[in-house]
Design a protein around this ligand. Structure first.
Ligand code: SAH
Length: 392
């Protein structure tokens, strides 16, 4: 069966498809609101407005997500506020670590049983969180495990932010071995197509970058939004005048192959998507990141490296090659190392800055395109008892 991508009809109606399916969005949470909205919500509950700041300081300033730990609030007040403003959005279903604790994956169950994942990656100088923007994904890229499972629903602003606040707390506890105890970077490279959940992702970015206690106070420049190339939404992003980094999952420099690898290319072609990406770079002065998963004998030929080099020549762009990660049932493999080296050599010769991404988290299915891989395996295999719930 061919899974066709779910393409939003317009960037102003990114939820058009999801709405028809009546997704069960979660209850409202503090992180869905700005500070003024929180004050109004607190007042509606008959509490003084300063409680909004108090809750916000706990959540964004001290990374406390559990109301029971907010002990400076009188118990009755705390219960009332917690029920209305701090509902549990994410329940950890599984936590896995590898790379000696430097990579950690959390599998979350959402209020309606949908599952998403977040990955924390520690480096000597920084800690990066890879977060999900949707449960599943409607873009149907055939080499990506998430794409194979289809879209369940968009995440709410708070469901996105709460992943980050949790991971910031894990980082602050010193659990990421060999890294500074501060989460500094976010990549929207977990499950989902961020630009297909446009308004919520943008609001989440604003919340993550507004100083505490209103938000988390991260730097916009340290946030990367990755897209398959939804051109109208990319154009809308240019108009936001944010300074986040844009990553474009290109994977092929020619329409024939990209139509297959990134099915949304059937709607917005390579030339058009690169134009939008270059305009983003020109507007922000920030280099775009071209993501390219190297797949043996599929997109790794020298002529494709040369063509990519010509397309990017003189542009503010960096190429990030990703050795293909295995996904269940996939017919594709990573390119052999000599082929990869030749691809890099040709791009660099064309003057294009190029790196090969490390494949963090492979053994816990936390690497690119593997999120949801274990769940698919469980479904395929009928599931062990402990994992059966995960698969539902
Ligand atoms: N939907 C967005 C965000 C997901 S980012 C996007 O596609 O950009 C995840 C990145 O990992 C994307 O560049 C995606 O194409 C890449 N990827 C997916 N499956 C992969 C796999 N099996 N091996 C390597 N990279 C993969």
């Amino acid at each position: 069966m061919t899974i066709l991508p779910v393409i939003p009809t317009s960037p102003d109606e990114p939820d058009a498809v999801a709405t028809r399916r009546r997704p069960a969005m979660p209850p409202r949470h503090l992180a869905d609101l700005d500070l003024a909205g929180r004050r109004a919500a607190v007042a509606e509950l008959g509490e003084p407005a300063f409680r909004a700041k108090q809750l916000s300081t706990h959540y964004f300033g001290r990374l406390v997500r559990d109301p029971a730990e907010m002990t400076d609030l009188p118990a009755a007040t705390r219960d009332r506020l917690a029920e209305k403003l701090l509902p549990t959005l994410l329940t950890a279903q599984k936590e896995l670590a590898c790379d000696d604790g430097a990579t950690r994956k959390t599998l979350w169950r959402l209020h309606d049983g949908a599952m998403v994942e977040s990955v924390l990656m520690g480096y000597p100088d920084r800690v990066t969180a890879c977060v999900s923007s949707q449960a599943g994904c409607g873009m149907a890229c055939p080499f990506c495990a998430t794409g194979q499972a289809g879209l369940t629903r968009n995440l709410s602003v708070a469901e996105i932010v709460d992943q980050v606040v949790y991971l910031a707390g894990v980082t602050a506890s010193g659990a990421v071995t060999g890294s500074p105890p501060r989460l500094s970077r976010i990549v929207f490279m977990g499950m989902g197509e961020p630009l297909a959940n446009y308004p919520r992702v943008i609001e989440a970015v604003r919340r993550l970058t507004t100083p505490a206690p209103e938000g988390l106070g991260l730097s916009q420049r340290h946030i990367t939004v990755s897209t398959v190339g939804l051109v109208p939404a990319m154009r809308r992003l240019i108009a936001e005048e944010l300074s986040v980094t844009l990553a474009l999952s290109l994977h092929a420099p020619d329409d024939d192959l990209r139509d297959e690898l990134v099915p949304v290319n059937q709607r917005w072609k390579v030339a058009e998507v690169l134009d939008a990406a270059f305009d983003y770079a020109a507007q922000t002065g920030r280099r775009i990141s071209i993501e390219y998963a190297l797949i043996r004998d599929v997109n790794d030929q020298p002529w494709r490296a040369d063509l990519l080099g010509r397309l990017l020549h003189g542009k503010l762009a960096h190429v990030n090659l990703i050795p293909l990660n295995p996904t269940p049932g996939s017919k594709w493999d990573a390119s052999p190392k000599p082929v990869e080296r030749e691809f890099v050599r040709r791009l660099r010769e064309a003057g294009i800055s190029t790196t090969v991404r490390d494949t963090r988290g492979r053994e816990i299915d936390g690497a690119c395109g593997q999120l949801a891989a274990s769940e698919l395996t469980v479904v395929d295999a009928g599931g062990a008892a402990a994992d059966a719930e995960v698969a539902r």
